[in-house]
Design a protein around this ligand. Sequence first.
Ligand SMILES: Nc1nc2c(ncn2[C@@H]2O[C@H](COP(=O)(O)OP(=O)(O)OP(=O)(O)O)[C@@H](O)[C@H]2O)c(=O)[nH]1
Ligand SMILES: [Mg+2]
Length: 224
Amino acid sequence: MYKGQSITVIIPCLNEEQGIESVLRSMPEFVDEVIVVDNNSTDRTSEVAAALGAKVIREAVRGYGRSYKRGFAMATGDLIVTLDGDHSYPVDALSYLLEAFLHLGVDFLNASRFPVRDGRSMSFRNKVGNVIQSVVMSILFFRWVRDSQSGMWVFRRSILKDMKLEADSMAFSEEIKTEAIRNPRIRFGEISILYSSRLGETKLNPWRDGMHNLLFLAKKRFFR
Ligand SMILES: Nc1nc2c(ncn2[C@@H]2O[C@H](COP(=O)(O)OP(=O)(O)OP(=O)(O)O)[C@@H](O)[C@H]2O)c(=O)[nH]1
Ligand SMILES: [Mg+2]
C-alpha cells in the first residue's frame, strides 16, 4: 500500500534470470503484488522470480505486448507500475514515481529515460531511434511525449477498461501511451527517471522493431 493505494508491479521477462534477481531484491516493501510474466524463458527466470516472492505467470505466445496483456488481466492493485526485468529502470525510485503520480493528479505517468545521464545505458543508435520514435508520435498525436518507448509507467488500473490494446509486440509500449493521450478522460503526465545499463542480453531488434513501431504508430493514428 502506498498512501492508501494498493500497488501491483508487472514485469515481462524473457531470459532475465540475472536482471530479475536484482530487480526483485530492490523491490520496496510497500508493493502489494509483483507479477512476472515469463514467455517460455530457457534460463532460470521463473524459478528465481518465484523464489523471491513474485507471482509468476507463463505466457505461451511470445511477445512483450502479449505478456503485458496477460499480466494486466491478473493484476489486482489500484495502481499498476511496469518495468523491464533487466534492472535498467530504477526500482528503488518507485516511491518518487508514485509521489509524482499522486501529486500531479494524473491517471497515466510515463517515466522518461531522457535526458540520458549515464552514457553507457543507451547506445547512440538507440538514442537516435528513440528520439525519432518520440518525435513521430508527438507529431501524429498532437502531444509532446519525450520518451514514447519507455517501459516504465504508473497508471490507475481502472483506465484499462477504456483502452483498446492490441499490439503483441514491442509496439505495445507506444500503443498504451497513445491510448492514454487520445482519451480526454485520461490525464497523461511524464517525468524524468535515471536509466542504467541493462543486465543480461537485449531482446530488442533495433531495426526491425524500430520500423515495425513506426508503421504501427501510423496505422494506429489513421485507421484505428
Ligand atoms: N514475456 C516477455 N518478455 C519480453 C519479450 N521480449 C522482451 N521481453 C522483456 O521485456 C523487457 C524489455 O525488453 P528489452 O530487451 O529490455 O528491450 P529494451 O529495453 O528496448 O532494450 P535494452 O535497452 O537492450 O534493454 C525485458 O524485461 C524483456 O525480458 C517477450 O517476448 N516476452
Ligand atoms: Mg530493457
